[in-house]
Design a protein around this ligand. Sequence first.
Ligand code: SF4
Length: 363
Amino acid sequence: MNYNKANLPEEYRWASDDELKRRIAAKRKEYGDKLVILTHHYQRIEIVEFHDYLGDSYALARDASRQKNAEHIIFCGVRFMAEAADILTAPYQKVYLANPTAGCPMADMAPTRAVYDSWDVIESVLGKDSVIPISYMNSSAELKAFTGKNGGLICTSSNADAAFDWVKSKGRKLFFFPDQHLGRNTANKKGIPKDKIVMYNPTKENGGLTSDELKRAEVILWQGHCHVHTNFKPEHVAKMRKDYPGVKVVVHPECTEDVVALADSVGSTAHIVKYVEQAPAGSVIAIGTEINLVHRLAVTMPDKKIMSLGGDYCAICSNMFRTSLNDLCFTIENFDKAELVQVPGNIAVDAKLALERMLEVGR
Ligand code: SF4
């Protein structure tokens, strides 16, 4: 069953926030450690209030894998995260996505068939066992399985560095999808020369690459991006520095390389949270990531001036924003009716290999 708020039963649509909060809290108490709520940093502040674990996709995957008592795991995030939680938990544990319509447009930029086709092209030019796939966590379970089957691993923005090192230690080229920017920014950080970083465009024959370009490449990027993070521009950084002399700019590596080059600090959502927490009182910080995280940091640390780097540009992830108290209350009160996230067994086995390699490699 797919539904959004409009399709929730009447009593969930019209209940006040206070009532929904009361009911969610009562159910959490009733279930005790049989229930765990995993919540991503980009969720609305009123959803974050109910987390058992709050984190980025790396931390939440790790937290999911450690749950042994929980029979019910509610994910407040987007689909690929809940799929990873299902893959990493035992069959007796049931995983729900609080709003089952919450997806990730970036993950959708790497359709399974297109990635398999590109792999055929790459192997036909470079031969077998010359390239290792790295799939960003923001990808479908099918692509995680493809990655596991082909000796690769999953990475998040928290451990892309470690994933690159892991591939390098094996003396192989690297095929990175779907986010070109995280791939490029990590390759830049590793000092990989620009002419050894190429981009595979799935809409063009052979990805728009010649055999020579593929042979010369150390890193093959997929042409995907996050529409939230790529809207931050160098002009935003320039304006912040002009309006707030001394401002610190911290951005997520899904931003473009020209924005990353101008920032004071770059890192995952976990890195951004830590950066802001550790900044001294009175700091002025402009953040290039999703607005709900920026808003929450500003509210919880009023001794610092915390702003979105985008100024008037509202960097909202509408998919993350879909999860409401109404959804959470419906899910927690209706485990028998809420949609289960269930990755088919054959896909889950290979995907788990790639996810476990990620957890072994660490941050
Ligand atoms: S912020 Fe970007 S990458 Fe993250 S879930 Fe939203 S669309 Fe996907």
